[in-house]
Design a binder for this molecule. Structure first.
Ligand code: MN
Length: 234
């Protein structure tokens, strides 16, 4: 997954650049940061005990090297309640600050499908104690992702089923058109808080139905019009 950095000037060998594949190409998409939108589908906000009308979506981050290619998901340590959250990925190809909503889609390179895997027990404890969420969200391999598809090929999807099956049984189902914050709005808002850069990935939130997996489970999910993802829990 990591591309080598050819440079002899470092005192220690630098870790490689995390990447995602590109559908139908041997070229790679270099990942800069990963921003995740919380509670961006009303029915998921409700299932997590929140009122979607009173609480706008918010952002947290995963580490860029938390991404793994889809195929397997290694069950993490320190948790007995690891949840799936199927999400559309938005890959930024052109950075900026204070990006207007009207031109936000010009900054999108492409789209993909990812899982925002969550150690829900550790996240719950962090919430209760007012602590940061990294232990629940930003652990190794917490983001199994498909290869990306360029917007030049599929356009900018605004509707389409977002779904996840576990062992062949439907667990999550929603539609991109149910997003509280649409892609242009999240790009515009994010770019008012952070300088977006080429290589940033936005995980755009998950519909209702999140739940736990155990070793041996097979997660299959997708976003219609974008791609499908498979991850065996090992
Ligand atoms: Mn999520």
């Amino acid at each position: 997954m990591n591309a080598p950095i050819e440079n002899a000037a470092y005192v220690i060998p630098p870790v490689g650049i995390p990447t995602l594949g590109v559908e139908g190409s041997t070229q790679l998409f270099p990942i800069h940061r990963i921003y995740c939108v919380g509670r961006n589908y009303a029915d998921h906000a409700i299932e997590m005990g929140h009122d979607p009308d009173k609480e706008p979506p918010f952002f947290f981050q995963k580490n860029p090297d938390n991404v793994i290619a889809n195929g397997t998901f290694p069950y993490p340590d320190k948790s007995s309640d690891v949840h799936f959250e199927i999400e559309m990925l938005v890959a930024i190809g052109k950075g900026g600050i204070n990006i207007p909503i009207e031109s936000a889609l010009d900054h999108v390179w492409g789209y993909g499908v990812g899982l925002d895997m969550t150690r829900r027990d550790l996240q719950g404890e962090a919430k209760k104690l007012g602590r940061p969420w990294e232990v629940g969200k930003a652990f190794e391999a917490s983001a199994p992702c498909t290869a990306l598809v360029p917007a030049s090929r599929i356009g900018h999807p605004t509707d389409g089923k977002v779904w996840l099956n576990v062992n062949g049984k439907q667990r999550q189902i929603g539609d991109l058109n149910q997003m509280i914050w649409k892609v242009p709005e999240m790009i515009s808002y994010l770019s008012s808080l952070f300088e977006l850069k080429a290589g940033d990935i936005i995980m755009s939130g998950t519909p209702a139905g999140v739940g736990a997996i155990v070793r041996g489970d097979l997660m299959e999910g997708g976003v219609d019009g974008v791609g499908t993802l498979t991850a065996k829990v090992v």
